[in-house]
Design a protein around this ligand. Structure first.
Ligand code: MN
Length: 147
């Protein structure tokens, strides 16, 4: 195992491909994924770097596994459960099991973040029509979410 993967600037690391956020779908917009550290480093978790281009968003989803997030670049907002937070670099975001979450970059800035997650994890679930109805009962959440 190579002990050092050199940072190459522009939020890219030696030998780490920049890939799509998810294989398919229209429920997210302008997001890239890099798996920085994981099983190749002997871990049972993965440290990923995601970057959402300006005015983009991640999927609105929930699942049994948790996320630990370090905001790394830019600016944006995040929905966690029933709350929406402005986030900036070096903020930490904790997303617990079965908690609705969605990241949105600011209109004029990307939002880059590190996300730590278990390797063995359940698949994310998107909201049903009933779930969306419940989420949209809160007008701030209604205005925030993208599906
Ligand atoms: Mn998630």
């Amino acid at each position: 195992m190579k002990p050092l993967l050199r940072y190459q600037g522009d939020f890219q690391w030696e030998g780490v491909p920049v890939g799509p956020y998810k294989a398919e779908g229209t429920h997210f917009r302008d997001v890239t994924r890099q798996v920085l550290l994981g099983p190749d480093a002997g871990l049972r978790c993965e440290l990923r770097y995601f970057e959402i281009e300006p005015d983009g968003h991640s999927t609105l989803e929930r699942h049994d596994h948790a996320h630990a997030v370090v905001i790394f670049r830019g600016a944006g907002r995040v929905l966690v459960g029933a709350e929406i937070f402005d986030v900036r670099p070096f903020d930490l975001v904790r997303i617990g099991p079965q908690t609705w979450h969605q990241f949105r970059s600011a209109p004029g800035a990307p939002l880059g973040f590190l996300c730590l997650v278990d390797c063995a994890r359940d698949r994310p679930v998107q909201p049903t029509r009933a779930d969306l109805g419940a989420l949209r009962a809160d007008s701030q959440i209604a205005a925030f979410i993208r599906t």
